[in-house]
Design a protein around this ligand. Structure first.
Ligand code: CP
Ligand code: NVA
Length: 311
């Protein structure tokens, strides 16, 4: 049976920690020049309905490092749901490729993709969530602070797709997640309720960024206007005033707090350039870890289907 990775909650806590262990080993292999052609001659279709730098380059490079090859299919190539149905695209690609990575607007389309694909589907972002990002972010926190359990991670800004994945993570691994968002920008209510009901993590949504930032281990932010919300940009610029990570907000966090951002960043909006380039920032470690975390997710999915890869 093939296995997909559509949300962080597809993995158990043990599987998440095993993914981190594998990611760290794969990262060490890359740094020392050790090859690991676990997916030699395998191919991946990367279906993008939205733009990307990190997701595209990290998956494509990761496939080469695995001895395989990835194909980029952009928004104008297949026009999901317009030129062709999700159902047919998923079945056709499954006849050519061993893997599918997709970045789509509607999360329902991602679920439909996985349903009709006979090969593993990895979610590279939807309007609802961004699980690969959160695996990379938590791997980065694990690397820099030795653990993710019990860490106070404070998200300043929009209760968006990235935020929903932090909530999904909170339903599986215990930590302390605080969202500071203006009224009207709360995360998906069902996802928030599930994260709180799981009873593992402390999960809070508050309005005051300074109160949220107090004693934080991590200050995290993302753009105020996500892909697909461009028409709301002006309103959002007004609504999110004050919800910025800068050196002043960092002064309320722990003295060794990490500043994080999934990128792309809009300097002077959700984060200042000085903070992003400053001593607390681990933003480029996060970006790098996208590749190692995703490769580890692939090993986990293959092993669930009986590949028996030993990392
Ligand atoms: N963080 C992230 O997913 O970046 P891209 O949109 O460039 O892939
Ligand atoms: N929330 C952002 C994340 C980009 C990686 C977006 O959806 O555009």
């Amino acid at each position: 049976m093939k296995r997909d990775f559509l949300a962080v909650t597809d993995f158990s806590k043990e599987e998440i920690f095993e993914t981190f262990r594998i990611a760290e080993q794969l990262k060490a292999d890359v740094k020392t020049g050790k090859t690991h052609h676990y997916f030699a001659n395998q191919t991946m279709s990367m279906v993008f309905a939205k733009p990307s730098l990190r997701t595209r380059v990290s998956f494509e490079t990761g496939m080469v490092q695995f001895g395989g090859h990835a194909l980029y299919l952009g928004p104008n190539d297949i026009s999901i749901g317009k030129r062709e149905s999700v159902k047919d695209i998923a079945q056709v690609i499954s006849r050519y490729n061993d893997w599918i990575m997709a970045r789509l607007f509607k999360h329902e389309h991602m679920i439909e993709f996985a349903k009709y694909a006979s090969v593993p589907v990895i979610n590279g972002l939807t309007d609802y969530n961004h699980p690969c990002q959160i695996m990379a972010d938590m791997l980065t926190i694990h690397e820099h602070r030795g653990t993710v359990e019990g860490q106070k991670v404070v998200f300043i800004g929009d209760g968006n797709n990235v935020c929903n994945s932090f909530l999904n993570f909170a339903a599986v691994v215990p930590y302390h997640f605080v969202l500071a968002a203006p009224e009207g920008y709360d995360p998906d209510p069902e996802t928030l309720a599930k994260a709180q009901a799981a009873g593992l993590s402390k999960v809070e949504v508050i309005r005051d960024p300074i109160e949220a930032a107090r004693d934080a281990d991590v200050l995290y932010t993302d753009v105020w206007t996500s892909m697909g919300q461009e028409a709301e940009r002006q309103k959002r610029l007004n609504d999110f005033k004050g919800f910025q990570i800068n050196d002043e907000l960092l002064s309320y966090a722990k003295s060794d707090a990490l500043a994080m951002h999934c990128l792309p960043a809009h300097y002077g909006e959700e984060i200042t350039e000085a903070t992003l380039d400053g001593p607390h920032s681990v933003v480029f470690d996060e970006a790098e870890n996208r590749m190692h975390a995703q490769k580890a997710v692939m090993v986990m999915l293959a092993n669930s289907a009986g590949a028996g890869i030993q990392v």
